[in-house]
Write a protein that binds this ligand. Structure first.
Ligand SMILES: O=C(O)c1cc(=O)[nH]c(=O)n1[C@@H]1O[C@H](COP(=O)(O)O)[C@@H](O)[C@H]1O
Length: 224
């Protein structure tokens, strides 16, 4: 893929999602649709976005017992997104069953440690060690469970890539220099994320929240 930006269209409004996608389509390589969009628009919404002709990353972050996750993924049949997400913390059996349930052409990527969490957040949920250690622990698990890759921040992607040279690395929490951070805690610039080994970048508000999303997307694209 030449353009490695997936724009996160985090909106429940189908028309807004379509308008945004149409505006930025020449400056991104794909579209990410998440829980907000899926809860409001369901399968038919995903189909409509698919008709725009860009690859779809369906980010539903499944995290449940293996049987439930596998059945949920099977229930998506017919959508066949390019990428879908599960939480690595669901454990080995869940990751294996998620991959087995996914269509052949869909990459299953495991979220390691959300980019909105820092070391003290991890401590408060009983995870010993800093985000770096936790990401590497879950990268090893993902790699040996047969999924295609992981989601991590740009701060860890270099080490994760070294551990798993053939993995597919999704990096959100990406901000242009001086960009508004919002609820993210582990952020890097788009260029730094790619240099460190990201396969694709997930970028939402820096594009969708801009007054002129096409100009914002073009400006980010120009730095890559
Ligand atoms: O799986 C994701 O895409 C994801 C994982 C993660 O650790 N952090 C994270 O921000 N995301 C998603 O990436 C997008 C980031 O959006 P912005 O912060 O607006 O760029 C959102 O759609 C999040 O759901």
């Amino acid at each position: 893929m030449s353009n490695r930006i997936y724009v996160a269209l985090d909106t429940p409004d189908l028309e807004r999602a379509k308008t945004l996608a149409a505006r930025v389509r020449h400056h991104v390589g794909g579209i990410k649709l998440g829980l907000e969009f899926f809860m409001a628009n369901g399968r038919s919404g995903v189909h409509e976005m698919h008709d725009l002709g860009l690859p779809i990353f369906l980010d539903l972050k499944f995290h449940d017992i293996p049987n439930t996750v596998a059945k949920a993924i099977m229930a998506l049949r017919g959508l066949e997104p390019a990428i879908l997400t599960v939480h690595a913390a669901g454990g080995r059996a869940m990751l294996e069953d998620a991959k087995a349930a996914a269509p052949l052409g869909t990459k299953v990527v495991a979220v390691t440690t959300l980019t909105s969490l820092d070391g003290s957040d991890l401590k408060s949920i009983g995870v010993n060690g800093d985000p770096h250690e936790q990401v590497l622990r879950l990268t090893e698990l993902a790699m040996t469970s047969g999924v295609d890759g992981i989601v991590c921040s740009g701060e860890e992607v270099g080490a994760a890539h070294k551990l798993w040279p053939k993995g597919f690395f999704v990096v959100p929490g990406v901000r242009p220099p001086n960009g508004e951070v919002g609820d993210q805690k582990r952020i890097v610039t788009p260029r730094a994320a790619l240099d460190a080994g990201a396969s694709i970048l997930v970028i939402g508000r820096p594009i969708t929240g801009a007054e002129d999303p096409d100009t914002a997307a073009r400006a980010i694209e120009a730095t890559l």
